[in-house]
Design a protein around this ligand. Structure first.
Ligand code: FAD
Ligand code: SF4
Length: 508
């Protein structure tokens, strides 16, 4: 039996930073790092192959870097079962005086590991990869009847001195979102700077082969794989984004175009969530680029709002409200997720494009997630838990603290308006305006009844009918509800019949 160690430092798959709090005071002579690839992390939801490769490849590169630096490491390659059992065995092996763990990104994992350590003292440490701690967010929330991003975002800007000009915001306004909603127009985006993609090295190629062999029946595909899996690659991706795409990011933030998965987006969420990058680095780089006159304020502010605003805000909501948050279903949505969410095999062009690239790359940008896949599930009436399981499965950046509030709160309004002030609903006209999808689609976004009616448009009106009582007095939805007055009984019946056709499997 091996000698007992002082600290067993647990490093989870989304904690790949040697500067994180669990490493504070690490003594290579007395302490040991423990990492484990547990299959349950890929099977508790039906993780896509791309997502599994992302996590395992990044973990193995991180482990290699630790070994190179001479840190004692107990690294368990893919083993059946959960993290808790594996940690239990590691505790028997190393008999540490204390276990050190940076706060995990998933409530389920936190509970499991807490139980697993048993009587061994556990140091649960602040995750310094965020601007706002859970405790700081709780202070923000205290005494407020509603939580709103804008209030929180301004607090964060002031507190961290980001894009500030004295006491006020640079440029005189806090939020330049109104400048960030352009579509590409009929000619499309034109030349797009190529995204930062990285050829798999031997270690990543080994992981790809493992995932194909062990998780080959999981959704999506393991290849091509080009995501950053090391800090050096993540930094390169960050610099490339700042130099080549940030200038146009704001303007085209909400635009979509068929067959163009990357556009002007950062594609940095996975690197951030795995802690290969620090959000402060992104915020400083974006602000620096604006101050140097290289990018417009609307782009820098739009990007910073996502990181310092939304990303921190959803994490705050997650830790404030879990575990009850996961059970919310304010709109009483009960239907099963259509099976084609796992294949992209649907005649609706917008959805087949968004789901197709999701399964190929583990990626879709925000508007595709919110206003295509999310919007359809919301209007259709899918049970929020099933929508949540899908989003957690398919994206390379999916970790529950960020995925769950975005899905349940922002996209499905399942929390009844805690996170977002209103449900994000629209007809197919929104997708028509923001993309080229409708041009080649067999449906017509302008029609709500009949054989060519766009399912989004039909389900939008059906949603208003179904939830009219709930939203009749809602300050922002009431005008939409009032439009129902202009629809006579015959047309209402036709909408209901068409909605029943969509839900009854008419789309395949
Ligand atoms: P960009 O569009 O270039 O944005 C820059 C960065 O801002 C992102 O890298 C991300 O870190 C941050 N960001 C932007 N919007 C948000 C947001 N709403 N919440 C948190 N951070 C944000 N993001 C995840 O990281 N993981 C998820 O599992 C996830 N699930 C989502 C599910 C739904 C239903 C929705 C609507 C959004 C989800 N998002 C999630 C937020 C957002 O869609 C992704 O962060 C973004 O698309 C990642 O691509 P990007 O790096 O190119 O982002
Ligand atoms: Fe999507 Fe409707 Fe447009 Fe077809 S017509 S691409 S289903 S919004």
């Amino acid at each position: 039996m091996s000698l007992p160690c002082r600290h067993l430092v647990v490093v989870l798959g989304d904690q790949l930073d040697p500067q994180s709090s669990a490493f504070d005071g690490f003594d290579a002579a007395r302490d040991r790092v423990w990492m484990c690839e547990a299959t349950e992390e890929s099977t508790h939801v039906w993780s896509s192959q791309q997502r599994i490769v992302q996590f395992l490849a990044a973990m193995r590169h991180f482990a290699a870097a630790l070994r190179e630096r001479g840190l004692p490491l107990d690294y368990e390659t893919l083993r059946e079962g959960g993290l808790a059992d594996a940690l239990g065995e590691a505790l028997v092996r190393w008999r540490p005086q204390r276990v050190r763990l940076t706060w995990p990104g998933d409530w389920r994992v936190l509970q499991a590991l807490r139980l697993a350590v048993g009587d061994t003292p556990l140091d649960l440490l602040e995750d310094r990869h965020f601007f706002c701690s859970a405790e700081r967010f709780a202070r923000h929330a205290r005494g407020r009847r509603t939580l709103r991003l804008e209030t929180f975002y301004r607090e964060m800007r002031r507190e961290h001195g980001v894009l500030m000009d004295g006491d006020g915001p640079c440029g005189g306004v806090w939020n330049l979102d109104s400048e960030n909603r352009s579509a590409f127009g009929t000619q499309g985006p034109g030349f797009l700077p190529p995204p930062a993609r990285f050829e798999p090295d031997a270690l990543t190629a080994e992981v790809i082969a493992l995932v194909r062999a062990r998780f080959g029946e999981h959704p999506g595909q393991a290849e091509p794989f080009g995501w950053p899996v090391t800090r050096a690659q993540a930094l390169q991706a960050l610099h490339q984004f700042i130099d080549e795409r940030l200038a146009h990011f704001g303007h085209w933030q909400d635009a979509m175009w068929g067959g163009e998965p990357w556009l002007y987006h950062a594609q940095l969420s996975a690197a951030l969530n795995l802690k290969l990058l620090h959000p402060r680095e992104l915020v400083a780089a974006a602000e620096g680029a604006w101050r140097a006159g290289r990018v417009p304020l609307a782009s820098a502010e739009g990007f910073i709002r996502q990181i310092l605003g939304w990303r921190e805000y959803v994490r705050g909501v997650y830790w404030l409200k879990m575990p009850a948050y996961a059970d919310h279903n304010a709109l009483d949505a009960r239907l099963a997720l259509p099976a084609w969410y796992w294949s992209g095999d649907t005649p609706m062009r917008c959805l087949s494009d968004a789901i197709g690239q999701t399964l190929r790359h583990g990626y879709a940008h925000h508007i595709q997630r919110l206003m295509v896949t999310g919007l359809f599930a919301l209007l259709y009436g899918v049970e929020p838990k099933q929508v949540h399981a899908w989003y957690l499965s398919v994206y390379v950046d999916a970790v529950e603290w960020v995925e769950l509030p975005n899905t349940l709160g922002m996209s499905q309004y399942a929390d009844g308006g805690l996170l977002a002030s209103k449900p994000y609903i629209a007809t197919g006209r929104y997708i028509e305006r923001m993309s080229d999808h409708c041009r080649g689609c067999r449906f017509d976004p302008g029609q709500r009844t009949g054989d060519r009616a766009c399912p989004f448009t039909t389900l939008y009106w059906d949603f208003l009918v179904r939830h009219a009582a709930r939203f009749a007095a809602h300050p922002r939805l009431a005008p939409q509800i009032r439009h129902l007055d202009r629809i006579g009984p015959e047309e209402r019946a036709a909408i209901a019949a068409r909605a029943a056709w969509v839900r009854g499997g008419g789309l395949g």
